[in-house]
Design a protein around this ligand. Structure first.
Ligand SMILES: CC(C)(COP(=O)(O)OP(=O)(O)OC[C@H]1O[C@@H](n2cnc3c(N)ncnc32)[C@H](O)[C@@H]1OP(=O)(O)O)[C@@H](O)C(=O)NCCC(=O)NCCS
Length: 166
């Protein structure tokens, strides 16, 4: 069979639209044990400062430990409210996916992440295996901080799609 030249390339933002079209073709039919997840980059004033992953559903592992939303902010950009704002944006996206109660987790010792979750209206349910498990209720029904958690100015997100192992 004859075909064109095939090469392997690294991830390239210039191919983002093409990547999304390909991801659409794959759909959300993921293998057993995996869940679909949308991964976004957090960009502030043109600078890539972190990433956020929003899992569309929970499997057993995510229910116990991982939760719906994961995030990280690059060390040189921490302590400026970026994770708090990015988590608020991810929570809005969770609403669009009709996820009503959103589970967020962090290591018991991760004070910064616990602060991020509590600022977004997270209510601690329990600590399992060293993980704090918080729930954020539907907008308007949670504590006051849920309704006040607004994106910080200058932060927007860009899209790619990945699947996390559960
Ligand atoms: C957790 C993390 C995402 C926080 O990002 P961030 O953008 O710095 O978070 P924010 O600025 O929105 O808020 C963090 C809050 O915790 C505070 N904080 C940060 N580090 C802290 C620490 N070591 N001890 C106590 N408080 C801390 C910050 O001061 C801030 O509160 P403040 O606004 O009152 O000062 C970032 O530290 C990170 O990427 N860590 C590694 C990955 C990780 O742990 N991800 C979360 C997995 S659940």
């Amino acid at each position: 069979m004859s075909h064109g030249t095939i090469t392997l390339v690294g991830p390239d933002i210039a191919r983002q639209a093409e990547f999304l079209a390909m991801a659409d073709e794959f759909g959300e039919d993921v293998p057993e044990g995996l869940v679909p997840s949308t991964s976004r980059w957090v960009v502030q004033d043109g600078r890539l400062v972190g990433f956020v992953a929003l899992r569309h559903e929970l499997n057993a592992f995510l229910f116990e430990e991982g939760g719906y939303i994961g995030y990280a902010v690059r060390p040189t950009a921490r302590g400026r409210g970026i994770a708090t704002a990015a988590a608020a944006l991810a929570l809005l996206e969770a609403r669009h996916l009709a996820i009503e109660r959103v589970l967020l987790t962090c290591d018991d010792a991760n004070v910064a992440s616990a602060t991020v979750i509590e600022r977004n209206g997270g209510v601690l349910e329990d600590v399992r295996g060293g993980k704090r498990r918080y729930w954020v209720e539907p907008a308007g029904q949670g504590p006051r901080s849920t309704r006040r958690a607004l994106p910080a100015p200058g932060i927007h997100q860009q899209v790619c799609l990945l699947v996390v192992r559960g």
